[in-house]
Design a protein around this ligand. Structure first.
Ligand SMILES: [Fe+2]
Ligand SMILES: [Fe+2]
Length: 204
């Protein structure tokens, strides 16, 4: 069997095992979109699909171990309990190890994936190109239509504040050239959509 087909099959099994951990904090949609973005980044930047794809699928599984009433206070620009953000990273790395061992994933690859997940939010400096792609795919979701709506409600942002937050973070958030370009393009799309909504509502 071709290696890429084998990886596709293993990733489907990883998805199945990850899903019970992703049905919180809208992580199922977030992860699906981020995984698609990771594929696009891999095509443009290189990197190892057999590290990046399991890492992005599993990176937020640890949120399942954070009580739902705490989750909303653990992340974002107005976080009041940011220490819980570390819990989702550490627990995510543990759950990833458990899931990957159960599909007999190679040990050295499990270790690299766990390293990436363990500090995917808290470590700003990337360990490798694989790490950069996972971090960029995770943050690129914030520029999607899905995230734009979710985060406006989550963080109580007006449309203008939401746009401003995404624009301000274009430089500091993204580590790859493609990530930065994709974020800029997605932001332009969000701005265009807002203009169209305003025009439909008869606003100037
Ligand atoms: Fe996360
Ligand atoms: Fe995430």
């Amino acid at each position: 069997m071709r290696e890429d087909l084998m990886l596709k099959e293993i990733c489907e099994r990883i998805w199945d095992l990850a899903r019970p951990y992703l049905n919180t904090r809208k992580n199922d949609t977030h992860t699906e979109i981020a995984a698609g973005l990771a594929q696009q980044l891999l095509a443009q930047e290189g990197g190892d699909e057999d590290i990046v794809m399991p890492a992005i699928i599993l990176h937020d599984t640890g949120w399942k171990k954070v009580p739902e009433d705490v989750q909303s206070k653990a992340f974002g620009p107005k976080a009041t309990l940011p220490e819980w953000n570390r819990v989702h990273e550490v627990e995510g790395a543990r759950i990833a190890g458990h899931i990957l061992r159960s599909v007999n994933y190679p040990n050295d690859k499990i270790l690299e994936i766990q390293e990436i997940i363990k500090e995917h939010d808290s470590r700003k400096e990337p360990l490798s190109l694989n790490d950069s792609i996972v971090k960029d795919a995770d943050k690129l979701w914030r520029y999607s239509q899905n995230a734009f709506q979710i985060n406006a409600i989550r963080f109580a942002l007006t449309a203008d504040e939401n746009v401003e937050r995404l624009r301000r973070n274009l430089e500091p958030w993204f580590l790859t050239k493609s990530g930065k370009r994709m974020a800029r393009e997605a932001l332009e799309e969000r701005i265009q959509e807002l203009k169209e909504t305003d025009a439909a509502a008869g606003l100037p």
